[in-house]
Design a protein around this ligand. Structure first.
Ligand code: 4AD
Ligand code: MG
Length: 477
């Protein structure tokens, strides 16, 4: 049968045709007009019923949230507000929806309220738009790398290594938590555990991706990543998706060029394919911004922000230059920063990153050549003996969206650094092998997918751009 998506019907020139549509009632007014949504587009289709032809018991059940299957004629709309409408000939109530207890009513709900109804929130215009944009971004990620000749690799989710050395990992174990076998030291004996060693959920697929880049040339991962950091912020999830390209023979400049081209390309794709959803989110963003105090308001609208990033080069400056700018900045002199910048070597907080991006440069910024002390063991050391070839990309309203580096490809230098940082070199035997057998300069980065979705949809809280967010004290659904 001719089952149609509402999106495709709305794109038609209005010429009469019979079809079937299926979806959920958004509103029903005057016992005559059903606004039906099937998730294919932000727009509802107006469906006109002749209430005299519908059984009383069925008519009563056409309420917000009910699922319907409608057969009828698509015709030019009589009323204003839409090009076409469906004149309903047959109506089947597929699933009723109790109007007394259904939480998603046709009115404005707070995002906090909807987070508690995460299983139903995708039936709102806002969340369906976010999820379609998220899907389009995913597609664009694969399309970009596939077009560039990169190979998609799947790195393990359960791992024995701590790539970032930050130690913020979720343990994976089948040991009896009440009564684990203990070793001589009285600690749980992981030799008795499922894998015969301590294992965790991965914090990054980078180390494994490096191994594959040094054979396939250019690879990327796109998968779930887990961090047990107790960060209750609007930018952190305990489970998030990361895209990690890794490229043999790339230096840090090649890496920055690729990252910039990649981000621009995926944003262009959504501008082209998600017009209606972005228009809706743009309007929403502008409304939210206008309710904020003047000094906290975004200078640009959502669409303007995305276009600005697409049309302008990112500003590239070294960490050392950034520290100089921050040290001499007004908020630093007036002691407005929670963490004042006094000396070279400190880690930048998100207040500093946002100052650079939003106030000083007013465009995305790539910071490079960070102090070795605040970065991971695998980054390539510069000749100054102080800095490493790291780069972070900072975005307006988001802060850090990408973290990456050129990797240390020299075995002796890497071994020394591992030792200095008290990292277990034995665990990394295979990683060191990569520096023994055909080692080459190589680079890569990680982009937090939800932070990209946040930027693109203008959502203030990262919990609203992933279907079922995982955060401290919250693993509902
Ligand atoms: O800067 P990070 O920790 O870098 C790495 O993991 C490297 N191994 C990547 C690489 O070079 N292949 O994380 C990369 C990005 C961050 O810039 C941020 O966008 C995102 O991952 N991210 C998070 N997103 C949501 N919730 C969290 N808790 C995140 N932690 C990092
Ligand atoms: Mg980082």
């Amino acid at each position: 049968m001719n089952i149609k998506k509402i999106k495709s019907l709305l794109e038609l020139n209005p010429e009469s045709q019979t079809c079937i549509i299926q979806g959920w009632v958004r509103t029903f007014r005057a016992n005559r007009f059903i606004a039906l949504n099937d998730g294919s587009t932000i727009e509802n289709l107006q469906c006109v019923v002749d209430f005299e032809k519908i059984e009383e018991t069925i008519l009563k059940q056409i309420t917000t949230g009910a699922a319907l299957r409608l057969k009828g004629n698509i015709v030019e709309s009589q009323g204003s507000g839409q090009k076409v409408e469906l004149q309903v000939e047959e109506l089947i109530l597929v699933g009723a929806c109790d109007p007394e207890t259904y939480p998603i009513q046709p009115k404005k709900h707070s995002l906090e309220f909807l987070r508690e109804k995460a299983h139903l929130r995708v039936r709102t215009a806002t969340f369906s738009a976010i999820m379609r944009v998220r899907s389009a971004l995913s597609f664009a990620v694969h399309q970009f790398f596939q077009n560039e000749g990169f190979v998609y690799v799947n790195t393990p989710i359960i791992t024995g290594s701590d790539a970032e050395g930050a130690g913020e990992m979720f343990r994976v174990s089948t040991l009896d938590p009440k009564n684990p076998k203990l070793n001589e030291n009285g600690d749980p004996d992981f030799k008795e555990d499922f894998f015969g060693k301590e294992t965790n959920l991965t914090v990054s697929g980078q180390l494994e991706a490096e191994s594959y880049a040094l054979g396939l040339g250019e690879v990327y991962t796109f998968g779930p990543t887990f961090r047990a950091e107790n960060s209750n912020t609007t930018r952190h999830l305990a489970e998030f998706w990361m895209i990690e390209p890794e490229m043999a023979f790339y230096d840090l400049n090649d890496n920055m060029d690729l990252a910039e081209k990649f981000i621009t390309s995926v944003l262009k794709h959504v501008l082209e394919t998600c017009e209606k959803d972005l228009e809706f989110l743009d309007e929403r963003f502008n409304k939210e911004e206008s309710s904020k105090p003047q000094q906290l308001r975004s200078e640009l609208g959502l669409l303007e922000k995305i276009k600005f990033v697409v049309d302008n080069n990112f500003k590239r400056i070294s960490y050392t230059e950034a520290i100089e700018i921050l040290r001499n900045s007004k908020p630093n002199k007036k002691k407005k920063f929670q963490y004042p910048i006094n000396e070279w070597g400190v880690d930048l907080q998100s207040e500093h990153e946002r100052f650079l991006v939003e106030k000083h440069f007013k465009c995305p910024v790539i910071l490079f050549d960070y102090p070795a002390k605040i970065k991971a063991f695998y980054m390539r050391q510069n000749d100054d003996g102080k800095t490493v070839r790291a780069m972070d990309i900072l975005f307006p309203g988001i802060g850090e969206i990408v973290g990456g580096s050129q990797r240390e490809e020299r075995l002796d230098v890497l071994e020394k650094r591992i030792q200095e940082m008290n990292i277990d070199a034995e665990e990394l035997w295979w990683y060191l092998d990569l520096r023994r057998f055909g080692s080459v300069p190589h680079s890569g980065f990680g982009l937090g997918f939800e932070r990209l979705v946040q930027f693109t949809t203008g959502m203030g809280n990262i919990r609203d751009v992933i279907p079922f967010p995982r955060t401290p004290q919250n693993a509902a659904f």
